[in-house]
Write a protein that binds this ligand. Structure first.
Ligand SMILES: [Zn+2]
Length: 325
């Protein structure tokens, strides 16, 4: 437990068997109520540290307001449990509605079909079953208050404005306190690691473009302290945003070059297997299954962007996508 600003604490929640390693859960200690931003996985290792932090600060969960920045299980894992202990849960409409349905079987069938779309040869149940979003997700049984762009959460002298930043997920939200220049960036802007940009289907087209637009949206904000959901706090958000924009420009070039080099149609899995990944595995076959599906989602978001830019051609045959230059 570490104090990062007046009345604001960071609790580093371990994320077992996950390359993200830990989640920053933030606790804002007001005189009348406590606001908690994100919770960690619904698993014993995460929960022990999360609740220990709350008891160190003497938080009364019945007077807590819990903001879940987006649907991923490392952020939303304890939403239902905290709701049943009397906390009020706040989420965006889009991501929040997914959290309430996360454990439904149908959603995972969709995931399964997507792996087929990406051309996975061995898209067996193991890949989907091993997904942390399923294993460590919150129980869907909860009610929540919808937060949308422009809503304000007040805690004593702080007025946190809700900022909509679609990209990492279709309806992710951030909190911005203009008076103090504090910004909770969730997984929108991270230091040391780049936020995963995946594919969200035709309902959320060209999500990488949405992500880049959301980065540009906050670029000029006079932020003094950015509080991300993983790794280090950020004091120069503009430099980090420049780096992230450059990272994706390079990845787009790389994906285009892979297609050009091969000179034939490729599946998403084929492209993903030739990209560079920051993961300890000797080759693509050696990737843990859940990381393979993340990598393919990331490859697809770049392919989708290149198709939108007309730099790449896409066609579908028997439920599998093929790309060429
Ligand atoms: Zn996330």
């Amino acid at each position: 437990m570490e104090q990062v600003y007046q009345k604001i604490y960071r609790s580093e929640i371990p994320l077992p068997r996950n390359p993200l390693k830990a989640l920053n859960s933030y606790i804002i200690m007001g005189s009348e109520k406590t606001v908690i931003v994100d919770t960690g996985f619904n698993c014993p290792e995460s929960k022990a540290v999360f609740y220990d932090g709350l008891s160190q600060l003497g938080v009364d969960i019945r007077k807590a307001e819990v903001v879940i920045t987006h649907l991923h299980a490392d952020h939303s894992g304890l939403a239902s449990e905290l709701y049943h202990q009397g906390a009020r849960i706040f989420m965006s409409r889009g991501d929040g509605s997914v959290v309430t349905r996360m454990k439904e079987a149908g959603g995972w069938q969709k995931q399964h079909d997507r792996l087929k779309l990406f051309g996975f040869e061995n898209y067996d149940q193991a890949i989907v079953g091993a997904h942390p979003g399923l294993v460590y997700a919150s129980d869907g049984d909860l009610e929540f208050t919808v937060l949308t762009e422009g809503d304000v959460l007040t805690v004593d002298e702080y007025n946190f404005e809700v900022i909509s930043v679609p990209g990492h997920t279709p309806d992710m939200i951030n909190l911005y306190e203009p008076g103090h220049g504090i910004y909770f960036s969730a997984d929108h802007v991270l230091d040391q690691i780049t936020p995963n940009i995946s594919y969200w289907g035709e309902e959320h087209p060209v999500i990488l473009k949405q992500y880049l637009d959301s980065l540009r949206k906050i670029y000029d904000y006079p932020i003094k302290l950015m509080l991300p959901a993983h790794r280090n706090l950020i004091t120069d958000h503009r430099q980090r945003i420049d780096e992230l924009i450059e990272h994706h420009a390079q990845r787009l070039q790389k994906v285009e070059a892979i297609l050009a080099r091969n000179g034939r149609e490729m599946t998403v899995e084929g492209v993903a297997s030739e990209m560079n990944w920051r993961i300890r595995a000797k080759d693509w076959a050696d990737f843990p299954p859940s990381q393979k599906s993340f990598a393919a989602g990331e490859a697809m978001s770049h392919l989708e962007y290149l198709v939108w830019q007309k730099r790449v051609v896409m066609r579908e045959e028997n439920g599998v996508l093929y790309f060429s230059r």
